[in-house]
Design a protein around this ligand. Structure first.
Ligand code: SF4
Length: 74
């Protein structure tokens, strides 16, 4: 699915972009991220953002996170 994102034609920088990477089909305003925080609207381009943002946000809020499977780093 990320390949489809990479080939998307850039929109005007102030345009809402639509993510079709999952059935939620978020419409993302400029400078904002979709519901999952995996994709964001960066100057009119749907951009995959750091997947660790989710765990970083949880850790910042003091919420618990479940460790990744041991040995799955690479
Ligand atoms: S931003 Fe995330 S939740 Fe929204 S459509 Fe894309 S993959 Fe689905």
């Amino acid at each position: 699915m990320s390949e489809a994102v990479a080939t998307q034609t850039p929109s005007p920088k102030d345009a809402v972009v639509r993510c079709d990477a999952c059935p939620v089909l978020c419409r993302i305003r400029p400078g904002k991220a979709g519901a999952c925080d995996r994709y964001a609207n960066v100057e009119g381009v749907l951009t995959r953002v750091d997947p660790l943002v989710i765990t970083e946000k949880a850790a910042a809020k003091g919420e618990s996170v479940i460790p990744f499977l041991s040995g799955s780093e690479g």
